[in-house]
Design a protein around this ligand. Structure first.
Ligand code: BDR
Ligand code: CA
Length: 314
């Protein structure tokens, strides 16, 4: 199985992603780190422990990370995720506790152990990338030993937090810029699972009926999470959101990617936090780049077989 670390701001769809990563046999979930984002950090930690406990994965260490972005005040998204950050399902408090190591130490140790064993870990940020940016600065030698980064964030043509920016990048644009730069410097391949594909894997009412019929704690939680999302989006189904970024680790040929230069807008009055994806036909040569600094080359997800990834999750 592929060793993975999830970095989360749980979050309805982060919980969907945790269930998939915790239970799919193709993945070996080595650690989870938490960051403030969709909800305040304490809620994120509780929700993450609840999801793992429901999945029977109390063996997975959970590290508590950054409560706020590098520069700005936190702006949560409880209007999207519920007042507890995880669909207000009324679940009992988890009995699990976080790891004694803070997120940065847990990331450092887990990345190093995997690299030393010859199976570098794939890190999957599904949240503002504050923890990863701090890792790049505090433990750059550990960052360089990451096998691959697959992050949910940004978009080529679509945004949600503002007219220009996607929530995770908008919440901590500097962190995203630092991580992309650190990946480029250390030759860590990086994939952007952005809003262009995020909304496509849809779970339908029929799927939810099937989950409810199973009657297991995991299926009940999955059904509760996705039904909450469905109420909010009221379309042909509910997106599994962040869980799609985990899905493409398991079924990589369900997604079409293209390696493209990506920068993060840090200063625009109306565009701060936008991922600027350069789709000009340069044949890979940065000959007419007026900015000096070379942009990171990112495998950008452009299209996805949504039904296939939704089925996988269900
Ligand atoms: C992202 O922001 C959060 O609302 C979701 O969990 C996802 O990570 C989508 O913009
Ligand atoms: Ca998230």
């Amino acid at each position: 199985p592929l060793p993975v670390i999830l970095d989360v701001d749980t979050g309805v769809d982060d919980a969907c992603a945790l269930l998939l990563a915790a239970l799919h046999p193709a993945l070996d979930l080595r650690a989870v780190t938490c960051v403030g984002g969709n909800a305040p950090l304490a809620d994120v930690v509780r929700n993450t422990l609840t999801a793992l406990e429901t999945a029977g994965r109390g063996d997975v260490p959970v590290g508590v990370g950054a409560a706020r972005p590098l520069l700005e005040d936190p702006v949560d998204a409880r209007h999207v995720h519920g007042s507890d950050g995880m669909a207000d399902l009324g679940m009992p408090a988890p009995t699990l506790a976080p790891d004694s190591r803070p997120a940065l130490d847990l990331l450092r140790d887990t990345i190093a152990a995997a690299a030393e064993a010859g199976t570098p870990v794939t890190v999957v940020p599904l949240a503002p990338m504050t923890n990863l940016a701090l890792l790049a600065r505090v433990h750059p030698e550990a960052f360089a030993r990451i096998g691959r980064v697959v992050f949910m964030g940004g978009g080529v043509d679509i945004s949600n937090a503002t007219a220009a920016a996607e929530f995770n990048v908008f919440h901590d644009p500097e962190a995203t810029a630092i991580v992309l730069d650190a990946c480029a410097s250390a030759d860590v391949p990086v994939t952007m699972y952005g809003l262009d594909v995020f909304y496509d894997p849809l779970v339908t009412d029929t799927h939810v009926d099937g989950l409810r019929a199973l009657g297991t704690p995991v299926a009940d939680l999955a059904a509760g999470l996705i039904s909450f999302h469905h109420r909010r989006f009221a379309n042909a189904g509910a997106t599994i959101g962040d869980a799609g970024a985990v899905g493409i680790l398991i079924e990589p040929d369900a997604v079409v990617t293209q390696r493209l230069p990506v920068r993060v807008e840090l200063t625009g009055t109306w565009t701060r936090g936008r991922t600027v994806v350069d789709r000009r036909d340069w044949d890979g040569h940065l000959v007419h780049d007026p900015h000096g600094l070379a942009p990171a080359q990112v495998d950008v997800c452009l299209a996805i077989d949504g039904p296939r990834i939704a089925e996988l999750w269900v």
